[in-house]
Design a protein around this ligand. Structure first.
Ligand SMILES: C[S@@+](CC[C@H](N)C(=O)[O-])C[C@H]1O[C@@H](n2cnc3c(N)ncnc32)[C@H](O)[C@@H]1O
Length: 387
């Protein structure tokens, strides 16, 4: 029984570290997330009043995930997630957070897991129903898996397989006696950016199995709706986008008619972004530029020139040099910040700008990971003197 008195749909509720808040009612979880954001603002000496009335956008409570990162351990075999105390990997037969396509892929993987002592696995179900499996293991273990050959041959009939840190694709020769081998990384549409009511409503996103993507389609739509609404509110037309990945949020800006200069350091994500940019539907309005959140003070003149706004969706570490670069002189009039690193990082990133007089025009949030403390936070800020 959960704290709500209702039975949890998860057999491991209270034990699995993937959902540490699962025994709390969703309304209590969401109130706690907003309270944590408020506390982080106050810690930074910021006014918490703009957060009054804030509500998290919701995509649902269960069945949200189309991709999952899991761990495999042998002796005895456990395929699942860290337990709540981070002591060991739990063997997870089924996870109610998984959408039906991913749940089917999970069951197939569990029925015949890779013969490895230890590995990290990313499992996906694409919008067209294809299953992808990225196996991140030591090079020697990947070599042994290729030498053994039989498991990879079997698995390749069901999964698109990628191996190792460099996300190499698997080539299975037609000759059953030949050793499977590694090929170059291979991209396909593993997820899409669906924004109902926009034109087009669905944009395919290309990448390798091991690429970053938001956790699932419905949650990503809620995030895209938040980005679309805030970007539209700014009225900005020329956008610099930092942390663009394979173009998920770029697609919201493009559907608003914006011109987008996108920065993405990961070469495989950038290849997916190039694929999006090449679609004639966008009329050349998306281009890629070199750069990094960690070098923005130096590169600000080149990257900020002629931009009306910056959209930043950084890794968990936060905005890097972006606040300092925006404060170093004239530049884009708007910042749309998207944060996955938690309320403390988000508030600390915004604090220098808000203390320097930038206006907090709007704050939004998305409950991307129900049953965990995590939420995705968004803020739209305007440069002083432009309001
Ligand atoms: C949270 S993901 C967001 C990706 C994309 N916006 C999306 O919605 O799928 C953060 C992205 O920032 C990129 N990144 C990492 N370090 C960076 C840096 N120093 N400068 C710019 N982008 C960086 C990552 O490669 C990743 O694609």
């Amino acid at each position: 029984m959960s704290a709500t008195g209702a039975a949890s749909p998860c057999a491991l509720a209270g034990r699995c570290g993937g959902c540490p808040w699962i025994l709390q009612p969703l309304a209590v979880q969401r109130a706690a997330k907003i309270a944590a954001l408020h506390a982080a603002f106050v810690d930074q000496g910021l006014d918490g009043a703009p957060l009054a009335g804030l509500r998290l956008r919701e995509a649902g409570a269960w069945g949200l995930r189309d991709r999952v990162d899991a761990s495999l351990r042998a002796g005895p075999t456990r395929l699942g997630f860290w337990d709540i105390d981070h002591h060991d990997i739990l063997d997870v037969e089924a996870c109610p957070l998984q959408a039906p396509g991913l749940a089917a892929a999970w069951a197939a993987l569990r029925a015949d897991p890779p013969p490895l002592a230890k590995a990290g696995l990313r499992l996906r179900c694409a919008p067209d129903g294809a299953w992808g499996l990225w196996i991140d293991a030591a090079n020697a273990d990947i070599g042994a898996l290729l030498d053994e050959g039989a498991w990879l041959r079997r698995a390749a009939r069901r999964f698109v397989i990628e191996l190792g840190q460099r996300r190499k694709s698997l080539i299975v020769p037609g000759d059953a006696a030949a050793r499977p081998r590694l090929g170059p990384p291979s991209l396909r549409p593993w997820s899409d950016a669906a924004l109902p009511g926009a034109d087009p409503a669905v944009v395919p996103l290309w990448g390798p199995v091991g690429a970053f993507s938001q956790p699932g389609a419905a949650a990503n739509t809620a995030l895209l709706q938040a980005v679309f609404a805030l970007a539209q509110r700014s009225g900005a037309r020329r956008w610099l986008e930092l942390g663009a990945g394979n173009g998920n949020l770029s697609s919201a800006l493009l559907r608003l008619g914006a011109v987008v200069t996108a920065v993405e350091p990961d070469p495989l994500a950038a290849a997916g972004l190039d694929r999006l940019a090449a679609d004639p539907a966008w009329g050349g309005r998306l281009r890629r530029a070199p750069g990094s959140l960690d070098r923005l003070v130096r590169d600000r003149d080149a990257l900020f020139a002629d931009q009306d706004a910056v959209l930043a969706d950084p890794p968990r570490s936060g905005l890097g040099e972006l606040p300092a670069a925006l404060l170093a002189g004239p530049g884009p009039g708007w910042l749309l910040a998207v944060a996955c690193g938690g309320p403390a990082v988000f508030a600390a990133d915004l604090a220098p700008l808000l203390h320097a007089g930038w206006a907090l025009v709007a704050v939004d949030g998305v409950d991307l990971f129900p049953h965990s403390p995590h939420a995705e936070w968004l803020a739209l800020l305007q440069r002083p003197g432009l309001g």
